[in-house]
Design a protein around this ligand. Sequence first.
Ligand SMILES: *Cc1c(COP(=O)(O)O)cnc(C)c1O
Length: 383
Amino acid sequence: MYKIMTPGPTSVPQNVIKARSMWFPNSDTDEDFIEDYHELCRQIAGLLHTENEVYIMDGEGILGLEAGCAALTEPGDRVLVLDNGIYGKGFADFVSIYGGVPVLYSSDYRNPIDADELRAFLEKDHDFKYATVVHCDTPSGMLNDVSAVCPLLKSYGILTLVDSVSAMFGAKLSVDDWKIDIACGGSQKALSAPSGLTLISVSPDAFAAIERRTAPIASFYCNLSVFRNYYKDKWFPYTMPASDIYGLKEAVRIVKEDSGRLKRHARIAAAVRKAVTGAGLTLYAESGYSPTVTVFNVPDGIRADDIIEIMRREYKILIGGSFGILSGKVLRIGHMGHNANTDDVSDTLDALDKTLRFLEFDIKNDMKTTFMASVGKANFGIY
Ligand SMILES: *Cc1c(COP(=O)(O)O)cnc(C)c1O
């Protein structure tokens, strides 16, 4: 058994594992299930600060991104794809698959999207049906300021679709104030439930766009409109994964009762950055550091895979490599959800420190010591 310190999936608390193994109802025929599902969706909406409809869909986080694009894209629609990271750029594929015309707005991958620069671009061209933006672009650990970007887009009449899969519940997310029409999350990141569920909120403006469509959404399973009246009709478009949803319910309860959560994420992330840079490593990003994941450059002369392998074999700790253009260049420590606690993070830094020394990297300051000195009391809180 490894300590899972990747930026999702995270380790899963025992209470969530237990909740998944309890008795659960027939999700098609038992009315209690619809009530439980509906109540859970309302609780998630509360945590996301939104009055919008929230749905839990049966599929990994990617399902929400695709379902959002499927719902808002009609053939020929121009869609603005904000690209300052690997997931950011990836949205262009979903737009194309559903017949839209993605227009990339590309900016530096080491810094968040600059709202003033975006405004200057929109002044010249704002004929877009919707725009996609990633809250935390996990491969680079970049946190975009969605609170600035989405209201700006909306002021030009552009609908907003946000991938907050790796930020939601670890970083602040205020869906209504920030004017997010579709916000996507997943079960396996800062919620720390197993992978397999998508959470998605849908605004009245997004529903209006869906209703105005002339072409039907080209999918059944990946289709937000089939969920629209589930509660009124007491009917789901397909059988819901009941045990997954009861596990999620426990994960949401933990988040709701964990009042110091966002501060703890921020404090642990800041202390990890201090430890990493204090040791002589460099961070990938120049600004916009996510509170859920820290991404650092692999030192010259050392292979990323060797670091990962030694940590796994000798210390039984899993950290993440990266992919796409960052493959082999950076490493990632996830400190989100259940993993955002001093013990697991300090063990991880200690193992990283020893691994790097073994690989003859000249560590300037002991990582665990730096981390512990700056983290303060960032404990689990209630569980
Ligand atoms: C994890 C994640 C997803 C979901 O994708 P998987 O890699 O399949 O888990 C989507 N967007 C972001 C930003 C993520 O971090």
